[in-house]
Design a binder for this molecule. Structure first.
Ligand code: FAD
Length: 461
């Protein structure tokens, strides 16, 4: 059996290690920080824990509509942070337990650096250790991108890592960056009651145009200030905090003041200290260059997840790449379809998508049919008091292929998987419409949208 050495125990690395162990490989998993990586410790999981508090708080503020009397609810940030830490620690313990339950995984706490193509040196608390292997999987993740402009390293200019650890509620927050991470924090902190300003070139640009248009007006109604079309160029200290200066393409300059400034302009592959250049592994701006089999220019060194040059940085992509790669290394045929990738955005309301947007289909000259079903026509959504949003299905003209699914509203991030399942398995619209959906459920919105493609939606006029 081959010996596989995995560097980094994020969702890419630890899942690859476990699957390799299940398939009988000898595995070494090396992690310099905590298991679970960015996602579990300073990314997906803590953000969604804060998101849950924001969602609950919004519901509590409307409790009287549900017949519940609650007076003056407020956010208690030390408790919010305590709960976030509890969730993260609980998940850490779970991952550690899983990894330890495989006798063929050796877990080493330490920082790995390549000595040559077949050996890494791991710096541990007890000194250095040499680890050799047949195959190596680099899964070292990413780090926040810090812009080079003036003031980006001032006190109170922070990244998502620090924002997730706040134990007080800032009065005001300026967020530079209107991608998923920036907008999730903008939505959460607006719900908490912080005065939030977002500055960025294009709001959630990967999402469907109809969705972003509607979500912007919802954000504005909630009090979020949106400065779209601007690039931040400077941060300065002021008497009350910080001031961000930004400019648009026409040279118009705006300023936004805040107690804190969040930098959320993207993340860059993290490969520091791995010694890749020295042993001749090709990189591009720090990202590992791989082929379609995730192989580097060295025959036994592979990479997965955020550390790959140009990879879409999502936890489920890292995991799926790891699982497929390990099957390949163990002589099996990888079976996960890598070009159907759902994306979940935890704003309030949620936004989810899989496949192409209408804008992309038009740009590529692909003809399509579309059907949209509103949550306001769904009994469960009405009973929940969450009627904003819709499910939109885009299908090929002959209805043999689903081309894209866009969901915006309650539990959008779960409903979208009906679309992902259909797309990964090449299901036609007719195949979708053979399925009974339980009533009353939010998933019925997907069923109604699919029926709508055949002119058969019951609850929309
Ligand atoms: P990572 O999770 O970054 O793990 C890499 C690991 O390698 C780290 O633990 C690191 O300590 C270790 N390491 C690095 N160098 C070495 C070395 N030399 N030796 C040993 N160990 C090393 N994605 C989603 O899909 N959904 C979300 O909702 C989501 N929310 C996010 C929210 C935030 C605020 C952030 C920052 C990210 C979010 N992401 C989300 C992105 C997601 O966290 C990443 O895509 C994912 O963690 C990438 O997994 P990975 O295994 O490639 O790397």
């Amino acid at each position: 059996m081959p010996k596989i050495v995995v560097i980094g125990a994020g969702p890419g690395g630890y899942e690859a290690a476990i699957r390799a162990a299940q398939l009988g490989a000898d595995v070494v998993l090396i992690e310099k920080g905590k298991s679970g990586g960015t996602c579990l410790n300073i990314g997906c999981i803590p953000t969604k824990t804060l998101w849950k508090t924001a969602e609950l708080y919004e519901q509590v503020k409307h409790s009287s509509e549900f017949g519940i009397n609650l007076e003056n609810p407020s956010i208690n940030m030390p408790s919010v942070k305590e709960r976030k830490d509890y969730v993260v620690n609980r998940m850490n313990t779970g991952v550690d337990f899983l990894v330890q339950s495989y006798p063929n995984i050796e877990y080493i706490e330490g920082t790995a650096s390549f000595k040559d193509d077949n050996t890494v040196i791991v710096k541990t608390a007890d000194g250095e250790k040499e680890v050799s292997g047949d195959n190596f999987i680099i899964a070292t993740g990413s780090a926040p991108l810090i812009p080079g402009f003036e003031g980006s390293r001032l006190d109170n200019v922070i990244t998502s890592t620090e924002l997730l650890d706040l134990d007080y509620l800032p009065k005001s927050l300026v967020i530079i960056g209107t991608g998923v991470i920036g907008m999730e924090f903008a939505s959460i902190y607006t719900s908490f009651g912080t005065d939030v300003t977002v500055i960025g070139s294009d709001l959630l640009k990967a999402a469907d145009g109809e969705v972003t248009k509607r979500i912007q007006s919802i954000f504005k109604q909630k009090g979020m200030k949106i400065q779209k079309g601007y690039r931040a160029s400077k941060i300065e200290k002021t008497e009350n905090g910080l001031k961000v200066v930004a400019e648009n393409k026409k040279g118009k300059v705006i300023e936004a003041e805040g107690e804190l400034v969040l930098l959320a302009i993207g993340r860059v592959p993290y490969t520091e200290g791995l010694n890749l250049e020295e042993i001749g592994v090709e990189t591009n701006r720090g990202g590992v260059v791989v082929d379609s089999n995730l192989k580097t220019n060295k025959p036994n060194i592979y990479a997965i997840g955020d550390c790959i040059a140009g990879n879409t940085q999502l936890a489920h992509i890292a995991s799926a790449q790891g699982l497929n790669l390990v099957e390949y290394l163990m002589g099996n045929t990888p079976h996960i379809v890598m070009d159907v990738v759902p994306a979940a955005t935890f704003t309030l309301p949620e936004i989810a998508q899989v496949g192409k947007t209408e804008e992309e289909l038009k740009e590529e000259g692909i003809e399509y049919d579309k059907s949209k079903f509103l949550f306001s026509g769904n009994g469960k959504a009405v009973s929940m008091g969450e009627t904003d949003g819709f499910v939109k299905i885009l299908a090929s003209k002959d209805h043999e292929k689903i081309l894209g699914v866009h969901v915006f509203g309650p539990h959008a991030n779960d409903i979208v998987h009906l679309g992902a399942l259909a797309m990964a398995n090449d299901l036609s619209v007719a195949a979708l419409n053979r399925t009974i959906f339980a009533h009353p459920t939010l998933s019925e919105t997907f069923m109604e949208a699919a029926h709508g493609l055949e002119g058969a939606s019951i609850h929309s006029a």
